[in-house]
Design a protein around this ligand. Structure first.
Ligand SMILES: Nc1nc2c(c(=O)[nH]1)N[C@H]1C(S)=C(S)[C@@H](COP(=O)(O)O)O[C@H]1N2
Ligand SMILES: [Mo]
Length: 245
């Protein structure tokens, strides 16, 4: 039952260099595509709403690695960073009845969830961290997601070259009870390296789905028109859109 992409990858003996520079090894990409159907199917059998494993405080990794973009240099981000993110907004728009523009104090005043989970990156490293933030589902409910919405697209403030980072999940993951907008890691405000001031945690999926530096959540009926159409910065470069673990 517990057929995870990770064990498939590790079992295959192919380790990816992945998210920083990207191994585009065709064998790896083929393996990822064949694993996609398998993991989505396996998760459907146990229930896509099943919870990811949560850990005890004693199991928290001494250091939570920062990966991918860890020091955004877009002018917009640098300006926000200089003011301690005082004016940061998370906009919720697209297929919603009531678009929202949430400040950090809006986000921290909502009911919070704290969870200790393991982050698995396709590069082959994992780390256990404690994340705190509001659950995404009630935020989407407050915005009034229209019945035509199928995806939540996360737009980020950082970029690789000229391309901003973006990711997306379907409504099952958007409304999953462990899907949160985290603003704290291990009890401290999120460090810049790990996505300050707010990042997505979508615990049933691999690391690259966990968008950092989130400034807009756009509800859409299609992924066409976002980046190159595959729903994420890395999916547009060969990784699977559905990265269930
Ligand atoms: N905005 C943004 N989000 C991102 C990335 C990125 O480069 N930019 N990298 C992804 C990858 S590949 C991983 S493994 C995790 C790393 O999160 P961390 O820096 O907290 O370890 O963030 C994901 N989210
Ligand atoms: Mo990653």
């Amino acid at each position: 039952m517990d057929v995870s992409r990770r064990s498939i990858l590790l079992g295959s003996g192919l380790l990816l260099t992945g998210c920083d520079g990207a191994s585009r090894d065709p064998r790896v990409l083929k393996l990822l595509s064949s694993a996609e159907g398998l993991t989505m199917g396996a998760q459907r059998l146990v229930g896509r709403n099943a919870l990811a494993t949560e850990f005890d405080a004693g199991e928290i990794s001494p250091r939570f690695k920062a990966n991918g973009n860890i020091d955004p240099t877009t002018p917009r981000y640098l300006a926000q960073r200089r003011t301690g993110f005082a004016d940061w907004r998370v906009v919720v728009d697209g297929l919603v009845d009531r678009p929202l523009s949430l400040s950090l104090s809006d986000l921290t005043r909502m009911p919070q969830r704290t969870q200790i989970t393991r982050h698995d990156c396709v590069e082959g490293w994992s780390a256990i961290g404690q994340w705190t933030g509001p659950v995404l589902g009630p935020i989407l409910q407050a915005a009034g997601v229209k019945s035509t919405a199928r995806y939540a697209v996360f737009h980020c403030a950082d970029s690789f070259g000229t391309s901003p980072y973006y990711e997306s999940v379907d409504m099952v993951d958007a409304f999953h009870p462990q899907t949160i907008l985290a603003h704290r890691l291990n009890g401290e405000p999120l460090p810049v390296g790990n996505g300050a001031p707010v990042r997505l945690r979508v615990e049933r999926q691999l690391g690259y789905k966990h968008a950092k530096y989130v400034e807009r959540i756009e509800l859409r009926d299609t992924l066409a028109g976002v980046g190159r159409g595959k729903g994420g910065y890395w999916p547009d470069r060969g990784y699977e859109w559905y990265a269930g673990i």
